[in-house]
Ligand binder design. Structure first.
Ligand code: UT7
Length: 334
């Protein structure tokens, strides 16, 4: 059995900055509410008329990750793409990466696990490398939320939270099994699927229903029972981090960098307090990007690394919770 390690990181966010002030011109909201409840100051939303989509942003982040890894696109053996906002109903975005990067005919799969999608994707890639089946796997997380949000006051509880963006990494074989991804931990609880959901379009809500659909049909917009999700998030985040630490014989004091999914700054601060971590042991960038769902952990990891906050030999913990419900963690020896 091999381990896998991250050898290249990349990200891409659209240029268009949307501030809380900008949102207050579209709906009844304000900067104070958004900052106080979520920590978000601004987010990136793809500007109408530009070419960006989840796949295209994912391709841009992937090019950066591959270049930084020192490999070429032809060294990549497999693609794992996490998104809840794919360009098409089918096929998934993974195959688009193969095409956009003009790669060999390597395999590609999509992971549909929303906020925990990237940690699930890393875990899937890690298994392929562990068994020796593949040596270098490209793992991508990208979301194009802004085109699918209700930008009226009706949707304010959800719309102000989400942002667009992408991140990617190259995961590569590591022969020393004390280094790289030490373990991943994946969970789900489907009975709460309807607490954070986009119902349509789906095969249950297809062409006849779409044609009859009225403006008041909200099934096309994300629905979230925010308070319910929040309460579960803080519990599951903690559990899955502890599970990962125990598995590796680590204590909370051993965490050098925690990269939580960027769902709400208050959730990250709660976890920070619970694990008694200093500010420099937790990385947050929700202030700039909002919640980019499957892209959030990898954009944050990339920025933490770019800022020199991830040191060789350090214990890095990735953790996420979201729709499904699903939640996950990864323990990495950098
Ligand atoms: O990434 C996947 C996982 N997601 C999460 O973990 C998110 C978890 N949930 C949350 O982060 C929070 O629940 C939210 C940020 C979504 C909402 O914060 P909250 O403190 O739970 O607020 P709330 O939904 O209870 O709403 C409080 C009030 C309501 O007004 P009333 O009924 O008290 O008069 C809302 O209508 O705030 C109102 N409100 C807003 N006001 C201004 C809701 N959205 C807005 C808004 N601007 N954008």
């Amino acid at each position: 059995m091999y381990n896998s390690k991250i050898i290249g990181l990349g990200k891409y966010v659209p240029e268009n900055v949307v501030t809380n002030e900008d949102l207050s011109k579209m709906m009844d909201t304000n900067d104070a509410w958004i900052q106080e409840r979520t920590g978000i100051q601004e987010r990136r939303w793809i500007k109408e008329g530009t070419d960006d989509t989840s796949a295209i942003m994912g391709a841009k982040a992937s090019r950066m990750a591959i270049e930084r890894s020192g490999l070429t696109k032809d060294d990549i053996d497999f693609i794992v793409f996490a998104t809840m906002t794919p360009d098409y109903y089918f096929p998934g975005c993974g195959v688009q990466i193969q095409d956009l990067l003009d790669m060999k005919n390597v395999g590609a799969i999509d992971i549909r696990n929303q906020c925990s999608g990237f940690v699930y994707a890393i875990s899937v890639a890690d298994q392929f490398i562990k068994t020796g089946m593949y040596k270098n796997v490209l793992v991508v997380g990208a979301e194009y939320h802004s085109n699918g949000l209700d930008k009226t006051t009706r949707g304010r509880g959800v719309t102000v939270i989400f942002g667009d963006g992408a991140g990617a990494c190259v995961l590569s074989r590591e022969e020393d099994n004390t280094k790289g991804i030490l373990s991943t931990h994946l969970h789900s609880e489907g009975k709460y699927a309807d607490k954070l959901i986009v119902e349509s379009p789906s095969i249950k809500h297809w062409v006849p229903q779409i044609l009859e659909s009225k403006e008041e049909d909200l099934s096309y917009f994300p629905y979230m029972d925010g308070t319910f999700v929040f309460k579960h998030a803080v519990v599951r985040f903690s559990e899955v981090i502890i599970e990962g630490l125990i598995k590796n014989g680590l204590n909370k004091e051993d965490i050098d960098m925690l990269i939580p999914h960027q769902a709400n700054l208050r959730i990250a601060q709660f976890i920070q307090k619970k694990f008694a971590l200093r500010d420099d042991q937790v990385f947050n960038n929700i202030q700039k990007y909002g919640n980019t769902t499957a892209a959030s952990v990898i954009i944050a990891l990339t920025e933490a690394w770019e800022e020199g906050k991830i040191k060789p030999g350090g214990n890095v913990v990735l953790a996420a919770f979201g729709s499904g419900f699903t939640w996950a963690s990864a323990i990495i020896k950098w």
